[in-house]
Design a protein around this ligand. Structure first.
Ligand SMILES: [Zn+2]
Length: 386
């Protein structure tokens, strides 16, 4: 039998594993597996193709009954080029705050859930608690898909899933979608003194980016709007651009990436079609006049579905009861909720810490947040039981 470990101590141990997404998370997952094993709880691991990373799924209570999933990602964002006051992988306490990479996003939640395992064992006698910890969330929510597949094969369909991203313990019932695209502007090289014989790919890309900006201004001014989100409209944004070889060459190639963060119900495909139309009708004709093989190609990169759950859904009611809260919110950042939702699992995002801390140097979580999360999870296990 494993000894009890408190939430803060469990967080300290988890922060000690450098689970930056590019690294293996196996040491952390094996630590969790051994800890659960000490309570007689079996873990099922699902690995990535190289076997360097794993998801962990474990059930406390009767696995043939509908249960509650507590979902968290084990990976964290890098600390490269960030100035930290102390070692980011050594939890440091100062004035009620616990500093360390992943303390808010989201080892605080995972640590709290693990610390409460002995309590769940006592309370989850009719409604099981499932622990679902993923890898590679911070690089596009990749790992969790294998975990969700596994859950789909489970005996009983889950009642609810709580994704414990930092919401300061506020229940979140909607998130925007995220769709990333790579655009390649293909031009025609020429000496820069002979611009009329070339097709300038950098300028073509710039024109299209200006077109994307025009669309994002229209969405800002004319909607559609959903005041639950900040900002309350679908946003577009270009994040990277690379093009040109030398100042005295008309550039033949320019690549840029852009993203759409869409409100639930606002179809991103319509916006992509509008951007493509702008390229074909407004920019390419002039390019083709010089060289018909020039133009734009679009490649979808990663996409994550938007998510929304009705405020009066029983899963939301369950979470609100356990929180003793009525107000719900929506978020514009990405979580695994959309993927659980797409698999038909009613999901609410709710966890300790402030998203403003996530990904930053000197990331911290307030101990008061961990305490609130403990109370919430204990009541959740209890209220589902009755
Ligand atoms: Zn996160």
């Amino acid at each position: 039998m494993t000894a009890r470990i408190g939430s803060a101590e469990m967080l300290r141990r988890l922060v000690g594993f450098d689970t930056v997404s590019r690294n293996s998370n196996l040491a952390a997952i094996e630590f969790i597996r051994d800890y659960l094993d000490g309570f007689g709880i079996a873990s099922r691991l699902s690995f990535d193709d190289e076997g360097r990373k794993a998801n962990l799924f474990a059930t406390i209570g009767p696995s043939d009954q509908p249960g509650i999933i507590l979902s968290g990602h084990s990976d964290v964002v890098p600390v490269d080029d960030q100035h930290w006051s102390s070692d980011p992988f050594k939890l440091r306490e100062d004035e009620g705050r616990l500093y360390g990479r992943g303390s808010a996003d989201m080892k605080g939640f995972i640590g709290t859930a693990l610390a409460l395992v002995p309590d769940f064992k006592e309370r989850a006698t009719s409604t099981p608690i499932h622990l679902a910890f993923s890898y590679d969330e911070e690089v596009g929510c990749i790992g969790v898909n294998r975990l969700i597949e596994q859950i789909g094969m489970a005996e009983a369909k889950p009642l609810a899933c709580v994704v414990g991203e930092p919401t300061e313990m506020k229940p979140i019932v909607g998130q925007k979608g995220l769709h990333v695209f790579r655009c390649h502007a293909h031009g025609h090289e020429a000496h820069s003194s002979r611009t009329s014989f070339g097709v300038n790919a950098v300028e073509a890309a710039a024109e299209l980016i200006a077109g994307i900006k025009t669309i994002s201004r229209r969405l800002r001014d004319e909607g559609p709007f959903d005041d639950g989100f900040e900002p309350p409209y679908t946003t577009l944004h270009c994040g990277t651009i690379h093009g040109g070889a030398a100042q005295n060459i008309v550039p033949a190639s320019c690549n840029f990436t852009f993203e759409i963060r869409n409100l639930p119900g606002h179809d991103p495909a319509l916006l992509v079609a509008e951007i493509e139309r702008h390229a074909r009708e407004q920019i390419e004709p002039e390019m083709h006049a010089v060289d018909p093989t020039t133009g734009f190609t679009f490649q979808p990169r990663n996409g994550l579905p938007d998510y929304e759950i009705a405020e009066d859904h029983p899963a939301v009611a369950l979470v609100k009861r356990a929180l003793g809260a009525n107000a719900v919110g929506k978020v514009s950042y990405m979580t695994e909720a959309g993927l659980f939702g797409r698999a038909g699992i009613p999901t609410v995002i709710c966890g300790p810490g402030d998203i403003a801390q996530a990904h930053k140097p000197d990331e911290f979580i307030a101990k008061e947040q961990l305490a609130r999360c403990e109370t919430f999870l204990l009541r959740l296990a209890e209220s589902a039981h009755t």
